[in-house]
Design a protein around this ligand. Structure first.
Ligand code: MN
Length: 231
C-alpha cells in the first residue's frame, strides 16, 4: 500500500510542471499527463468529444512517436526545440506536438474566474494593440490565415508582446520561422481541434476560443517570460 502511494507520488511529480521553464526541462522518455480538467469543462467553446480525442489520441500519438524517434536517447524538450532545424522531421514534428499540446491544455479553462483577464496584462495588450478587441481580431486573423495546419501565438520577445503563427507543429521556441519568443498563449488551428463542432468554420472556433482562455495562466507565463532569457 505504502509502495503504491510512493509510486503514484513519483509518477505525478514527474508529470507535474507549472512554469515554461519546467515544461522545457521535461526529459525523454516523455509521458502524457492527464488533462488538467474534465474533458467536458470547456463546453462554452470546445465539446468534450473533441477534447477527449484530441488529448487521448492525437497528443498521445505525438508522445509515442517522439519517444520512438528518440529511440532511448535522453534529452530535454528545450534542447530539441532549440535545434529543431537540425532534427529529423519525425522528431521536430512530434516534440513540437508534445510541447504545443501540453502548453495548450494549460492555457485553457472553463472557470469564469480564470477567463477574466488580469488588469496588468490587459493594460499591456491595450498599450500594444489599442484595445482588447483589436488584439483579438489580429490573433484570430493570424490563426484563420495560417494555411493548412498550425498554430496562432501570443509571444513575448525582447521587444514586448507580439502575435505570430507557425505551420504544422512548429512553435516560436524553435530555431525556425520568422519570430522567436516565449509563447504565452497559443491556439491550435489544426482541423482536429475544432472540426466536430465547427466543421470548416475555423474563424467561428477562434471567436469562441476566447471564452475558455485561462488568462490567469497566460498572465503567469507573461511574467515569467518578462524576466527569463529566451533559451
Ligand atoms: Mn492538436
Amino acid at each position: 500500500m505504502k509502495l503504491k502511494f510512493w509510486i503514484l507520488t513519483v509518477l505525478l511529480s514527474s508529470l507535474s510542471w507549472a512554469s515554461l521553464q519546467e515544461l522545457n526541462a521535461q526529459t525523454s522518455p516523455f509521458k502524457l499527463a492527464p488533462l488538467p480538467y474534465p474533458a467536458n469543462s470547456l463546453e462554452k467553446a470546445i465539446d468534450a468529444e473533441t477534447m477527449t480525442i484530441h488529448h487521448d489520441k492525437h497528443h498521445q500519438a505525438y508522445v509515442d512517436n517522439a519517444n520512438k524517434a528518440l529511440d532511448g536517447k535522453k534529452v530535454s524538450m528545450i534542447e530539441l526545440l532549440k535545434t529543431a532545424s537540425k532534427q529529423a522531421p519525425m522528431i521536430r514534428n512530434n516534440i513540437g506536438g508534445h510541447w504545443n499540446h501540453t502548453f495548450f491544455w494549460s492555457v485553457l479553462s472553463g472557470k469564469d474566474e480564470d477567463n477574466k483577464i488580469p488588469e496588468g496584462l490587459k493594460k499591456e495588450i491595450e498599450a500594444k494593440w489599442g484595445a482588447m478587441d483589436k488584439f483579438q481580431a489580429e490573433f484570430e486573423k493570424a490563426g484563420a490565415s495560417q494555411f493548412g495546419s498550425g498554430w496562432a501565438w501570443l509571444i513575448r520577445t525582447s521587444g514586448g508582446l507580439e502575435i505570430t503563427a507557425t505551420p504544422n507543429q512548429d512553435n516560436p521556441l524553435m530555431d525556425v520561422g520568422e519570430k522567436r519568443g516565449w509563447p504565452i498563449l497559443g491556439a491550435d488551428v489544426w482541423e482536429h481541434a475544432y472540426y466536430l463542432k465547427y466543421q470548416n468554420k475555423r474563424a467561428d472556433y477562434l471567436k469562441n476560443f476566447w471564452k475558455v482562455v485561462n488568462w490567469k495562466k497566460v498572465d503567469q507565463y507573461n511574467q515569467e517570460a518578462a524576466k527569463t532569457k529566451l533559451p
